[in-house]
Design a protein around this ligand. Structure first.
Ligand code: PAF
Length: 288
């Protein structure tokens, strides 16, 4: 069922709750791919009813980012969701979500959720000022609208999941956050809606991200723990097709920097290929 209005989602969820049914939310910005479908499948396994939100959230995009050209494929998204037996696709307009408030990274008129500086001033947050404020604000709004028991996020956006878990913990939001593994193409490329911007050659060049991460994991498994040495190994993979933004190895729960990697470390990378900003990550221990 496709719903555009907040009050209609609320009314339907209220009915389900009266019947004692559990509700899962999969927040998305649409342009659904197999990565999103894996979250939906997990939600279907875990919950009686599943809501997928499909909303390109203007306040998490910076002024020079790709908000206007971000892929919008609602009809196809609805078709994919029906195939997975999703109960509600919630696709509000920006007006429905933000009413008369000014949108796009301006907090002149809107109440924002601002995660702590330490969490947002690192990794993706360094180049995307205000991004995580926009993410947490819309996610908390979606949580308040849908009031799910569970919400499902992909590990691909590892920093996002850590920040959302922190928000939920700090603000006592009664929702279980479930993180699901990264889904990759056979080539190793992590699935992302932004892969749609890449040419076939760009997709090949983009494989460098997963190659760098896998190589770091292999080096770690062979006993190299010095973070600088592990990061150094990336340079042999990079060409002039790659504009690396960051490569970091941090604690996978707290994002704290380390000088020595350990079994709780995660390596994260952001790199532009054909001017498309791609991110990926890998746990140094455990398959993912
Ligand atoms: O990960 C995303 O697609 C978005 O950041 C989210 C969580 C749907 C919020 O707009």
């Amino acid at each position: 069922m496709l719903i555009h209005k907040i009050e209609e989602v609320r009314a339907q969820v209220k009915e389900w709750k009266k019947e004692g049914l559990s509700v899962g939310l999969v927040p998305t910005m649409g342009a659904l791919h197999a990565g999103h479908l894996s979250l939906i499948k997990k939600a279907k396994e875990t919950c009686d009813k599943v809501v997928v939100s499909d909303f390109v959230n203007p306040i998490q995009f910076g002024p020079s980012e790709d908000f206007d050209k971000y892929p919008r494929t609602l009809d196809e998204d609805v078709r994919l969701c029906s195939g997975e037996d999703v109960d509600i696709v919630f696709a509000p307009s920006a007006d429905e979500m933000y009413g008369g408030n000014k949108i796009r990274l301006s907090n002149d008129t809107l109440t924002y959720v601002c995660p702590p500086f330490f969490y947002v001033n690192t990794l993706c947050g360094k180049s995307r000022t205000g991004h995580f404020d926009g993410v947490c604000t819309v996610v908390l709004k979606l949580f308040n609208i849908v009031q799910p028991d569970y919400a499902f996020f992909g590990q691909k956006d590892a920093q996002q999941v850590i920040i959302i878990k922190k928000m939920v913990n700090d603000l006592n939001v009664p929702i279980n956050i479930i993180q699901c593994p990264i889904i990759r193409e056979e080539s190793g490329l992590a699935l992302s809606s932004r892969n749609k911007y890449l040419t076939e050659q760009g997709k090949k060049d983009a494989l460098v991200l997963s190659k760098i991460l896998n190589n770091i994991k292999t080096c770690y498994s062979k006993g190299i723990t010095d973070v600088s040495a592990l990061k150094e190994t990336a340079y042999s993979f990079l060409t002039d097709k790659h504009d690396m933004e960051y490569l970091e190895i941090v604690d996978r729960d707290t994002l704290e920097n380390k000088t020595k990697a350990d079994d709780n470390s995660i390596a994260l990378i952001a790199c532009r290929v054909e001017n498309v900003r791609l991110i990926d990550n890998i746990y140094l221990k455990e398959e993912n």
